[in-house]
Design a protein around this ligand. Structure first.
Ligand code: MN
Length: 748
């Protein structure tokens, strides 16, 4: 009978318990000798020159770690060597074995990544670097969803799948030697292994490593339960030995009789899976009969189904227990037929039937592709798909002599659509690929998003639009009065952020409009020799009923947006009062009051594109039904024809304290010389102005050319200063501020 865990068993011998075996095992150290465990394992699949390279890495690592000890008192180098041995059993390539030997040198000794690259090449250095990065991640959270994100992040960060293979072997050896640690540390590491590393091993199809990681975690996390269960299994093993032997013989005989070439193993299930079965279904150990399973390995796929037929003829199958993982493989590529039979003594017998090829994949998973490069196996379409990227890599590897180019193709994005980052509290958030700091802020909390002003990524200040990368630590800086900016919509990628920004802008617009509407209404009321304080609630209620509006805010917003005329609303409010016999002076032809424009009204006030008014310009407000209040300059040519309708015009004036930049169009005629544009741009920057847009007339090779600028300025004083600076440039012959269509410009 063969154990399911030959890999772990032989590894347990790793130089520690030679008395366990009758044949003394090969020595662990020094690893660069012909009879060392590592060399013996490497000789199965590597050439002598590769092995010598690995020896070189061993000597390098040994020198670097010299003097360092493990908790057990052994020299530190025993750990990397043991990790390399685990990986050599998976027949991993030379760079991976070297990376395993050097996996802690950058972290724990003075050696740099550059030194590793110089000595062993860029590929090995990248692998070692990838491992060092993984080591820096701390696993903190407890929830299942977090564990899943963490696993994905580890995989995504690994990029090269070989990094994660070394990491898993590293974790396996640490678990094997956990006995020397204090109980609470053992429990913590065991839990982490159970939640993070074992599922990754399972997902990659590394069955051996997966089961051993689970059993070792079980042992260290629940030492009591582990003790009880393993004793019970030991007893059951004794009791059932005879039964198992008889069944094994019967199965072998029947297959031979039917001329099916097969190897049959009895196998003991791994402890943790028995434990899970017991806790999951709350059944006692005495009820778990199937601690033994049988495995039948045949030569090819048709033989699997033939063997199944034969065994169903030998014992009756239990209905509902048959699973065809050959037709429908598991996600990690695992293939087998599973069936459970009624055994001769009332015991159910679980049987797995698979081909040799499927068996190799089941044991080594992803790593099997380094092992079996040929395609003579009958891969199913599913399997082809699952491991397509690996096969592609292997092709590239054999075609390309350039290791750098190979490395380029080796970068594997296991989760191409997501990026995983840390919050300051160590929580992991999964965001869509391309997510920025703003997406992150909204993912943490809507308030954080609405108030964010800056971000620290890995302790360094960065712009809010910065794209996040896997493993980034992200900390959002907020300010109490900050609010979302419409420019954010250009770079957020998550639906949540987008929706919240839009919502905010919309409500902001309505607040701003209501505020403006209130001012406009007050002016209109003043013109009627009254003011807002004299309007009673009853008057408002009547008006709301008449208009069918929900509340006062709605009316004010409508005024601000230009959907209702302030003059009309003012008159109607007064009329509501009259019905109650209130007296008021009706003087509709009196000019309305003036509305102050601050420039911060947002969407409620638009500055006309034609004339682009700036503070200091005499202005007029035009009420547009769709756009709200549009501000033009008095002399804007495009409004001449509208000015005849005074009902639609409002007197507006600038607030003395506008706090924003306004756009202005300038037309410059300059000598057509190289470097002109740069000179002008420099002067504009000098004047603390920004260029918003530049356009140039088509060149006709003449000595002079016209350049159109849209610049941002504060007010007329600022503009005058800017224009003075521009005039000082000798090549600039003329400057105009442009209003209306280009034909109607006016020199300043
Ligand atoms: Mn390690």
């Amino acid at each position: 009978m063969q154990s399911d865990r030959h890999l772990s068993n032989s590894n347990h011998h790793a130089g520690k318990r030679p008395s366990d075996s009758l044949n003394p095992p090969a020595p662990l150290l020094p690893a660069d000798t012909e009879d060392s465990q590592l060399t013996l394992s490497l000789k199965h699949y590597l050439k002598q020159q590769d092995i010598e390279q690995i020896w070189e890495a061993y000597r390098f690592g040994e020198a670097a770690h010299r003097g360092q000890m493990r908790k057990s008192g052994e020299p530190y180098i025993t750990h990397p060597v043991s990790v390399a041995i685990i990986l050599s059993r998976l027949h991993l390539d030379t760079p991976t074995i070297i990376a395993a030997l050097l996996h802690d040198v950058v972290e724990d000794t003075g050696i740099t990544k550059e030194q590793v690259a110089e000595k062993f090449g860029a590929q090995v250095a990248e692998l070692v670097d990838g491992l060092s990065k993984l080591d820096k991640i701390e696993f903190q959270s407890a929830t299942e969803a977090q564990a899943e994100n963490f696993r994905k992040m580890l995989l995504a960060m690994s990029q090269d799948v070989r990094v994660i293979l070394v990491k898993l072997a590293d974790r396996l050896h640490n678990m094997q030697t956990l006995d020397v640690m204090k109980p609470e540390k053992r429990r913590r590491i065991a839990r982490e292994t159970l939640e993070i590393y074992a599922p990754i091993a399972n997902r990659l199809g590394l069955n051996e490593i997966y089961q051993e990681l689970e059993d070792l975690s079980f042992k260290n996390h629940y030492p009591m339960r582990y003790g009880v269960l393993s004793k019970a299994i030991l007893a059951a093993r004794g009791n059932r030995k005879e039964v198992v032997g008889k069944i094994l013989d019967a199965v072998k005989d029947r297959l031979a009789e039917m001329k099916i070439d097969a190897e049959v193993y009895g196998r003991e299930k791994h402890l943790y899976s028995i434990y899970k079965k017991m806790t999951g279904k709350t059944i006692a150990f005495s009820q778990i009969y199937d601690i033994y399973g049988f495995r039948v390995v045949v030569k090819d796929l048709p033989a699997c189904y033939a063997a199944l037929g034969v065994l169903h003829g030998l014992y009756k199958p239990i209905p509902g227990k048959f699973k065809d993982y050959i037709a429908i493989p598991k996600a990690n590529g695992y293939q087998s037929l599973h069936t459970t039979l009624f055994g001769p003594f009332g015991t159910p017998i679980e049987i797995q039937i698979r081909s040799q090829e499927m068996h190799n994949i089941a044991d080594a998973g992803v790593a099997a592709h380094w092992l079996y490069k040929t395609t003579d196996a009958h891969f199913t379409a599913m399997q082809q798909q699952t491991h397509q990227w690996l096969q592609r890599l292997l092709e590239i590897q054999s075609e390309s002599a350039d290791s750098l180019e190979f490395l380029e193709h080796l970068k594997v994005d296991l989760f191409p659509d997501e990026v995983y980052v840390f919050t300051p509290k160590g929580k992991i958030l999964a965001l869509p690929k391309g997510a920025t700091a703003v997406d992150f802020a909204y993912a943490v909390h809507t308030d954080i998003g609405n108030r964010c002003v800056a971000v620290k990524i890995n302790q360094e200040l960065a712009p809010l639009r910065s794209e996040l990368r896997n493993g980034d630590h992200v900390e959002i800086i907020t300010a109490a009065h900050a609010h979302p900016n419409s420019a954010w919509l250009n770079y957020v990628v998550s639906g949540k952020a987008r929706a919240h920004i839009r919502h905010f802008l919309k409500s902001l617009q309505s607040n701003e409009s209501a505020e403006l509407g209130e001012r406009m209404l007050n002016k209109a009321l003043l013109a009627l020799h009254t003011d807002a304080s004299k309007i009673s609630d009853t008057q408002w209620q009547k008006l709301l009923r008449d208009y069918g509006a929900k509340n006062k805010q709605e009316i004010l917003t409508d005024i601000g947006l230009g959907k209702r005329l302030n003059v009309m609303v003012a008159h109607q409010l007064m009329a509501m009062g009259e019905e109650h016999g209130e007296r008021h002076a009706k003087q509709p032809n009196k000019p309305l009051g003036t509305i102050t424009i601050r420039g911060s009204e947002g969407m409620a006030v638009q500055f006309a594109q034609c004339c682009r008014p700036i503070p200091g310009d005499p202005i007029l407000g035009f009420i547009n039904k769709d756009k709200g209040l549009v501000i033009h300059t008095h002399d804007c040519p495009s409004i001449r024809k509208f000015r005849v309708d005074p009902e639609k015009w409002l007197d507006v004036e600038w607030d003395p304290d506008t706090k924003r930049l306004f756009k202005v169009n300038l037309k410059l005629a300059t000598a057509n010389k190289p470097g002109m544009l740069a000179k002008i741009a420099a002067e504009i920057a000098q004047a603390n102005s920004n260029i918003d847009h530049i356009s140039m007339e088509e060149s006709d090779n003449s000595a002079y050319t016209n350049i159109m600028f849209t610049v941002q300025i504060e007010n007329r004083v600022h503009l005058a200063e800017l224009m003075r600076k521009l005039r000082r440039i000798p090549e600039v012959v003329r400057i105009n501020r442009v209003k209306g269509s280009g034909a109607e410009q006016r020199a300043q």
